[in-house]
Design a protein. Structure first.
Length: 253
């Protein structure tokens, strides 16, 4: 199911509107309350600086988390291509009939893995997942007879390579599920709202446009974090370059 965190533009718009309303609320409270004394303003400035610093740290940590997860998805895409390519070569270690069937299944499986990276529609993704599971069962069944009839170290290499193919897909799926926790997003949003309420309350000039500067900056940060953290929803996505290159090298005339 697609959540708002998979729609970076929606994250930006919602964050911008929410923070601007918070800033206007702070400005309204300031105008309704008595004037802030000089010594009180110094305390408010100190608290506001501390809260803004905390928010900057949280945004920085969240950005680092998103980049780490993005790099992990790229690493597993490369590992998956290497596993499939290695097993394609090791298929020569199997009997001739098994070699042909295994390589044909691997080419079909490779195309499914490329579609997994390129597809955004959730219904198509579900169909791809189902086809991937079916092909994995067929691949394992293709090497199983040779492993039973010829349990030699040479055949064991082909079986181990097939195991690596299946495990690499599981690691890739886990990396795509590994996202920034919702609790971290909630904390950032709450602190951002608090910062904008304090900004509006502490603003000395009655100009609404000045209250829009901080919400825009923070919303752009949220947009970038959400874009990098979302495997499918953002503009910054993992391109299966290694899988595409492998598909070209193993394609039949």
């Amino acid at each position: 199911m697609t959540s708002i965190l998979d729609l970076p533009i929606a994250v930006f718009a919602l964050a911008l509107v929410t923070q601007w309303i918070a800033a206007l609320t702070g400005d309204y409270l300031r105008r309704r309350a008595r004037p802030v004394r000089k010594e009180e303003r110094e305390d408010i400035d100190a608290v506001q600086t501390g809260v803004l610093t905390l928010l900057a740290l949280l945004i920085g940590f969240s950005f680092a988390m998103a980049v780490t997860r993005y790099d992990l998805r790229k690493t597993y895409e490369e590992a998956e291509a290497n596993a499939i390519g290695t097993e394609y070569v090791r298929a020569d270690l199997l009997p001739a009939n098994d070699t042909t069937s295994v390589r044909e299944l691997l080419r079909t499986y490779l195309n499914q893995r490329i579609l997994f990276y390129q597809t955004r529609d959730q219904r198509q993704i579900d169909a791809i997942e189902a086809d991937t599971a079916r092909l994995q069962a067929a691949l394992w069944s293709a090497v199983l007879p040779a492993a039973k009839t010829q349990p030699t170290p040479v055949v064991a290499l082909a079986v181990a390579g097939m195991n690596d193919v299946l495990n690499s897909q599981a690691r890739t799926r886990g990396a795509w599920w590994n996202r920034i926790p919702v609790a971290a997003w909630t904390l950032m949003v709450l602190i951002a709202i608090a910062c904008n309420v304090m900004l509006g309350y502490n603003e000395r000039r009655r100009r609404a446009v000045l209250l829009l500067v901080l919400p825009v900056i923070i919303s752009i940060s949220f947009l970038l974090i959400a874009d990098i953290d979302s495997p499918r929803g953002g503009l910054i996505r993992v391109v299966p370059e290694n899988l595409l290159s492998l598909a070209q090298s193993v394609s039949t005339p």
